[in-house]
Design a protein around this ligand. Structure first.
Ligand SMILES: Cc1cc2nc3c(=O)[nH]c(=O)nc-3n(C[C@H](O)[C@H](O)[C@H](O)COP(=O)(O)OP(=O)(O)OC[C@H]3O[C@@H](n4cnc5c(N)ncnc54)[C@H](O)[C@@H]3O)c2cc1C
Length: 382
């Protein structure tokens, strides 16, 4: 219970928690075999107002504080961290489209995204590398009042379930680095767009794909922001998604921890519940502490955002500390369940595989620490 949350935020948190427990959590392990998130479920989540509620009402949103999306990502992450990709990708892409798309495109597509009728994916990473994202090579060649996209994106979450893609492409010379990158909105059924799914160790309900752009024609109106502004303006949204990812994985780790506190009172060894041993409870108490600290860092970051204050450094902290803490906590929970924990029948192994992906996705811990160091004035070198 957070005494600083307004009644409005408490109400949306309660809705998200109730719906997650009743409708999302029971399908968590089944969704891994299914390989996608059910479209009916996505629509229900949208109809409840749980996708990008911070977007203004003119685009189908509710104009709520960003913290609302954080509370939702945490509640849904507790039930199924893969379904919570809808919040992360939804808020990230909705902000980009609301801020940078032509009004007609934003008015056509955003209500669909927010109501759960459409899913958007975001294509930044390429085969040659994701950390040095400004060096991307997928080309967008201007041809009159349209652009021709050619090249490949790799490792794109939810691509084969998406109805539209936000794609970063090169419109300027490679030497221009970030200043030669432009973002585009590309409906998924545009001719020339094809995909191939990866075989991953987790997050199968989300899925990652390579996306191939084979002379894909995109009208000029589908450009997001001005030419060359892909990084300078459009990428700003990543500070938001990083805090949301922190909460998505805190939710997942808290689920394993809640189950583990219950288990240690039921399991006996040496004639007593294993919970009588400080060797069992202290690691869980440490886990509780780390999750509480990480959660508050994420809330703080979103409050800075809602107050219009700088939060780039704090967002990078959420993004490396959240997934690392979640992996450590879930691993400890798995071990505390003894031989049962090692079984595919319990969810800890799946949560571990699922949250581990977020130690890489949206930028690794090294890249987040580089951002924090730069914010403190460290030299960029060459
Ligand atoms: C589950 C998952 C979901 C993803 N979803 C998306 C998505 O939806 N859209 C999208 O565009 N991308 C997505 N990605 C891709 C992700 O953003 C990239 O994998 C990530 O940015 C790292 O890029 P890379 O894999 O090319 O690694 P590289 O850039 O090749 O880096 C390899 C290793 O070197 C380290 N490294 C690189 N440079 C430095 C440096 N200067 N200092 C210290 N260490 C360094 C990195 O930290 C990493 O450990 C996803 C990835 C995963 C795993």
């Amino acid at each position: 219970m957070d005494p600083t949350l307004t009644d409005e935020l408490l109400s949306i948190q309660e809705t998200a928690r109730r719906f997650s427990a009743e409708r999302i959590a029971p399908g968590y392990m089944k969704r891994e075999a299914l390989g996608h998130v059910e479209r009916d479920l996505i629509r229900e989540i949208g109809e409840l107002g749980l996708i990008a509620p911070e977007i203004p009402e003119e685009y189908g949103g509710y104009g709520l504080p960003s913290l609302a999306s954080g509370l939702i990502a945490e509640a849904i992450g507790h039930a199924d961290p893969n379904v919570a990709y809808l919040q992360i990708l939804g808020s990230l892409n909705a902000k980009i489209v609301a801020s940078h798309a032509a009004p007609a495109i934003a008015r056509e597509w955003l209500p669909r995204l927010i109501s759960g009728k459409s899913v958007f994916a975001l294509g930044l990473t390429e085969p040659r590398g994701g950390s040095d994202a400004a060096n991307l090579v997928l080309s967008a060649r201007r041809d009159g009042n349209r652009y021709i996209l050619k090249g490949e994106k790799s490792s794109i979450s939810m691509a084969d379930q998406a109805d539209a893609l936000v794609v970063f492409a090169r419109t300027g010379p490679l030497e221009a680095k970030a200043r030669g990158v432009t973002a585009f909105f590309v409906p998924r059924d545009t001719p020339g767009v094809t995909m191939q799914r990866y075989k991953d160790i987790g997050t199968t309900a989300v899925g990652r794909c390579s996306i191939f752009f084979d002379d894909v024609v995109v009208p000029e109106e589908y450009r997001l922001a001005d030419e060359g502004m892909g990084f300078v303006q459009v990428m700003q949204g990543f500070d938001f998604s990083r805090a949301l990812i922190g909460l998505q994985v805190v939710g997942a780790a808290q689920a394993s921890l809640d189950e583990t506190w219950a288990y240690i009172n039921e399991r006996n060894a040496f004639g007593a519940p294993i919970s009588v041993n400080q060797g069992v409870t202290f690691p869980l108490a440490e886990a509780e502490t780390m999750l509480a600290a990480t959660r508050q860092l994420c809330y703080h970051t979103l409050r800075l955002k809602d107050a219009g204050l700088p939060h780039t450094s704090e967002a990078a902290m959420c993004k490396w500390l959240g997934p690392k803490t979640a992996v450590d906590v879930i691993h400890q929970c798995l071990l505390t369940h003894g031989h049962y924990g090692y079984s595919l029948d319990l969810p800890h192994q799946q949560r571990l595989r699922d949250v581990m992906g977020l130690e890489i996705g949206d930028g690794t811990a090294q890249i987040m620490k580089m951002i924090i160091a730069r914010q403190r004035g460290a030299s960029r070198g060459r």
